[in-house]
Design a protein around this ligand. Structure first.
Ligand code: MN
Length: 160
């Protein structure tokens, strides 16, 4: 759902895209699909600098805020906080979110490219995703990464 995204923002003030495609609130199961989709990493100079990692999935951008950015070396895990789905159009967004608005500050594209899902592990009892193995093909980020579900909205991201 993009409802959370839309209710947090004042579209008469921010230049962020409104988005209108319906999207499912949960990370969909890809069923081992190996189709290349797009990803973007936004560098977001909000009250605290962080990087927003967004994966195109079923009509929306699944999004994680990563305070330390995506690790560029293996064996290091960085906390990735899942945030609300963003509209697909956000993949090209750059700009200054004005003061007094949600996420106020400068947003730049730090990297973008395509990715594919290598595999997903599902918790058989809850049906929740336990981990997602992906391969990124960006300008800066290349190679295999794993997103590991930790608790609540918290994940860990690691280069493998
Ligand atoms: Mn952000």
């Amino acid at each position: 759902m993009l409802k959370e995204y839309q209710t947090k923002r004042k579209f008469n003030q921010t230049s962020e895209p409104k988005g209108n495609l319906p999207a499912n609130g949960q990370i969909p199961l890809m069923g081992g699909e190996k189709i290349e989709k797009r990803f973007v990493v936004h560098k977001h100079q909000a009250s605290h600098l962080h990087y927003d990692f967004r994966l195109e999935m079923e009509g929306a951008l699944k999004s994680w805020a990563i305070p330390k950015g995506i690790p560029e070396k293996e064996k290091i895990k960085h906390l990735a906080i899942q945030v609300e789905d963003h509209p697909i159009d956000y993949i090209n967004f750059e700009g200054e979110i004005p003061k007094g608005n949600y996420g106020a500050g400068k947003v730049e594209i730090w990297d973008k490219g395509t990715y594919k899902i290598i595999k997903e592990q599902i918790d058989k009892i809850t049906g929740r995703i336990k981990s997602i193995h992906i391969e990124l093909n960006g300008k800066k980020l290349k190679g295999k990464y794993i997103l590991i579900y930790y608790k609540e909205n918290q994940w860990l991201i690691q280069k493998i």
